[in-house]
Design a protein around this ligand. Structure first.
Ligand SMILES: Nc1nc2c(ncn2[C@@H]2O[C@H](COP(=O)(O)OP(=O)(O)OP(=O)(O)O)[C@@H](O)[C@H]2O)c(=O)[nH]1
Ligand SMILES: [Mg+2]
Length: 304
């Protein structure tokens, strides 16, 4: 596929911002039509800026998923918040995702302030409409948000069921302006396979573990090598799972290795369907005490 400028080609960069757990990454995946970002029911799942690309005919939209806006308590948290600021200052428009009938949070107002300082048009997305049947709740929400910003549009959606996604896409595609495409038209994400694989392992840890254990996890894929075994191609993947304490290591490995096996199996199955090949996944668990406050180690884990 070509990314040569076409005479009518258009594009736009759009940041997806909001509080943790409101469904930003689920929305990114729905907009792109592929799973490019991991999702979990735990807040602060996304740690890095993640790009997803959607190209339709002459128009390419580059979405930038961001970590949830929160008050940071670690250096990793500082890094995540900085990532949001950088994303907002480098895009053509933002999608602010909110999720439920609660008061507007200070972090959401801060995000709108940043957008305002950058003169950014903002589309407000009210997500998870599948969770409330009472439509009057939605009307109340819309009217309280309208007082906060001159939104380009307010679109209620369910990122999970796909309800409202096409309407949202129509609003987003309006931001595209004449410009070359920045990525090839068949590309859906800027993330290398190693990063995607590490993120899938982290997603399964978030899925199966609770309390503070999953928040202190980083996953690094050390090697990915393809080999032929008879007629079958096998992708050998070696990954290190880093946790913050010796006691967490025991929890992740589980009784007789049962938890690590469960995590590895789920991650491997998803890698196999993503890469279309058999995968042999080996995971090791290691301790790096308090790594979320150690800049050098964080950089080695990809948070730089
Ligand atoms: N019912 C319902 N659940 C949703 C919807 N969208 C997302 N979720 C769920 O909300 C949780 C959080 O989703 P994520 O996409 O990880 O949220 P996020 O905003 O990216 O979270 P962070 O990366 O932590 O900031 C997951 O359990 C999703 O399955 C939706 O439309 N309806
Ligand atoms: Mg996310």
């Amino acid at each position: 596929m070509s990314n040569e400028p076409k005479s009518t080609s258009k594009s736009a960069f759009i940041a997806i911002i909001g509080l943790p757990n409101v469904g930003k990454s689920t929305l990114l995946n729905a907009l792109v039509g592929h799973k490019v970002a991991i999702v979990s029911d735990k807040p602060q799942t996304t740690r890095n800026r993640i790009m997803g690309v959607c190209t339709r005919e002459d128009t390419q939209i580059v979405f930038i998923d961001t970590p949830g806006a929160h008050r940071p308590r670690t250096r990793l948290g500082d890094f995540m918040i900085k990532t949001i600021g950088e994303a907002v200052s480098g895009v053509d428009a933002a999608v602010l995702v909110t999720d439920s009938p609660r008061g507007i949070k200070p972090e959401e107002r801060n995000l709108l302030d940043r957008c305002s300082k950058n003169n950014l048009p903002v589309v407000l997305v009210i997500n998870k409409i599948d969770t409330h049947d009472d439509k009057s709740i939605l009307l109340g929400l819309i009217s309280s948000w309208q007082k906060e910003y001159d939104f380009s549009a307010i679109v209620p959606i369910s990122a999970l069921t796909g309800d409202g996604i096409e309407e949202l896409n129509r609003e987003i595609f309006k931001f595209a302006f004449e410009s070359p495409h920045f990525f090839s038209d068949d590309m859906v994400s800027d993330q290398p396979e190693r990063v995607i694989s590490a993120e899938l392992i982290r997603e399964k840890i978030l899925l199966f573990m609770r309390d503070e254990v999953p928040h202190g996890i980083a996953v690094v894929v050390e090697s990915m090598k393809e080999r032929q075994s008879g007629q079958t191609a096998i992708l050998d993947v070696e990954a290190n799972i880093f946790c913050e304490r010796e006691s967490h290591k025991g929890i992740i490995i589980g009784k007789c290795g049962s938890m690590l096996q469960k995590i590895g199996k789920a991650a491997r199955q998803e890698m196999e369907s993503l890469f279309g090949t058999k995968v042999n996944l080996q995971c090791w668990v290691k301790v790096k005490e308090d790594w979320r406050n150690r800049q050098g180690i964080m950089g080695g884990f990809g948070y730089r």
